[in-house]
Design a protein around this ligand. Sequence first.
Ligand code: DSN
Length: 488
Amino acid sequence: MSAESITAGLGAEYAATASEAYRAALQVIESVEPRIADATRKELADQRDSLKLIASENYASPAVLLTMGTWFSDKYAEGTIGHRFYAACQNVDTVEALAAEHARELFGAPYAYVQPHSGIDANLVAYWAILATRIEAPGLAEMGAKHVNDLSEADWETLRNAMGNQRLMGMSLDTGGHLTHGFRPNISGKMFHQRQYGTDPTTGFIDYDAVAAAVREFKPLVLVAGYSAYPRRVNFAKMREIADEVGATFMVDMAHFAGLVAGKVFTGDEDPVPHAHVVTTTTHKSLRGPRGGLVLATEEYAPAVDKGCPMVLGGPLSHVMAAKAVALAEARQPAFRQYAQAVADNAQALADGFVKRDAGLVTGGTDNHIVLLDVTSFGLTGRQAESALLDSGIVTNRNAIPADPNGAWYTSGIRFGSPALTTRGFGADEFDRVAELVVEVLSNTQPAAGPNGPSKAKYILGDGTADRVRAAAAELLDANPLYPGLTL
Ligand code: DSN
């Protein structure tokens, strides 16, 4: 695999032009609010100088980043392509249509909606589109009305109650699901009567027979698959069969692994697009685009999804839709497939690096881009481990593990992801060295007591560890520079 093809996304080929553009932009910002210019410079330096292993982060290309800084930001365009509530949206129409076309072509989907501002917004659009299609539209027909505004107050109340009394089943948060998949503190757990499926307590893997039994018993209107901390692949064909048994709409949130779908690492039963009625994603994780979301849907659900704004969303961020179009165009290049394969190979190398150093992994390994380390094997909480790693220049996030004894705040796990460092050009040897450095930090960290006894947050990092690890990390980072040639 050629290293250049993986790092091509960082824009080395146009670094001189990008440097000029950024220098000019920072000069302009400086003249208005110098502290923002300083923070912007410092953010680049911090990102360049640390091992970024947060599984949901990446580095977008300068082309994507620069696309966001334009006058499209100033335009209102509520509505959809060719059907806006504002005048003079012809250029926004061009941008939105191009982004949607790239998304449809990239993922092989009949329909794409590129307006969602985030993954949560994409999921809300999807949920309301499913309710509109499955409950509102047939309810209206039964009541002999064409539009909700034609209903009497009493009929509307009946329909509203029907929409607010539906069932949703998704993966539980502690086994790797996402808070928008029916977690009570999130709106998804309040607007739906929800129940969750988990993983096998012994193996940590999804047990499809157990999911099928739970779905048969609960009979949800919506079955959600997808995860933010499950280190394994999902068989979406099997999940669709389970949904079909009870007539559930099958929705997949591929926010984390959209890059692996786009890059054809997940194909066949592991590609959610041919199997789900609705697929949602963010655009900034493994897909390596701007912060935002999108929804893919079958013809049946497309008309309701297309009403995402104003149904759920405020005015579309046209400058971000433009950047989505650029990022999706990048993901359609052959080099992106090499990148996606390297993401999966590197996560494997990281997991192997932990296993050979006797560090405990949830499910014993990975076959996607996530590695979930159980830090109880080091006598630490996730919070202590996250802080000690950060002191040493390793940026991760703490994460619950199944049946976590320390809850969702302190946690017992650290989640690692390979997308960002793979974009920098790290390969399997570098990821093995990263595993070695992580183990070095955690082996030299002790839990410490707080003023009132045992603490889940306080820790003592052995003398010299942070400096030693930072120096070793610097060697890896210097050999794989972020935005090579970009100078501010
Ligand atoms: N915040 C994202 C993540 O880190 O996985 C999910 O919303």
